[in-house]
Design a protein around this ligand. Sequence first.
Ligand code: HEM
Length: 170
Amino acid sequence: MNHLKTATQKLHKQAEEMPFNKEMIQGKLSKEAYGAYLLQHQSIFQTLEKFDLPHPDLSRGNALKEDIEELAQHIQDVLILDATRNYCAHLSALNPTNIQAHIYLNYMALLFGGQLSKQKVPSTGKIYDFENQAALVQSIRKIQHDSWVDEVNKGFNYHIQILKELELYL
Ligand code: HEM
């Protein structure tokens, strides 16, 4: 197993076991709850995509826009959560090297766990559609670095806080 994965798996498990994710993986999320989740991710990916990506096809901007438009009538009252603002502020303050740890974290989440969620969410799930998944994973593996452990663990902690605040919509 790669070192980065081993050194961050405790928090991966914690994120995976958050009530919001458990409901998602069991196909129990309402359109409002999933829409709220997408809106938080739109803020995160907009922030990440101000930086260069290891492969242009990773970009999630258009897919997020379409998924959110599909649920628009269910999410009129949904806000960007404090935890999401905190994570985006953290990301915006990073340099082009440190941001790569969060590119690994957020795109691998979609390329792996996201593929399990796709069948379970109340949406077409365009954010989980990748043209050439193997090539995209490879583009991240090529830049992946063991020195990212602390930054990746910080990212998991921000996601855990976001998932906790999202419980408001359960
Ligand atoms: C419902 C929740 C989740 C499920 C079911 C899930 C499931 C998975 C699975 C099956 C893998 C592949 C593991 C393997 O290679 O053996 C994976 C990898 C990964 N997941 Fe998740 N995941 C979830 C949530 C998350 C979250 C919230 C994040 C971070 C935002 C995340 C980040 C990652 C990363 C970075 C990898 C790649 C690890 C590596 O191989 O280097 N996952 N996930």
